[in-house]
Design a protein around this ligand. Sequence first.
Ligand code: ZN
Length: 84
Amino acid sequence: MFSNKKFQKAKEIPDENLETDYICPDGDMQYRIHSKNDTYTVSCINHIWRCTCEDYMYAKEKHLGSYFCKHIIKAIIYTFLKEK
Ligand SMILES: [Zn+2]
């Protein structure tokens, strides 16, 4: 799970920093999220969310599939919770 603080950080990432690479009908998807110094790739493949940032890389060993960095949270908000 993730903390409120991380959720807030995810909400602070502007939508225009997010680029959709693809969204497949079966639910697999990939995004790129640009930050000041880097671009991270966020993907959801076979229901497992992954990110290329250090935060995720550090935690994934223990929590594969259940760790959400702020980029992943941003992608989820953008995809599923965005107010249209
Ligand atoms: Zn990340």
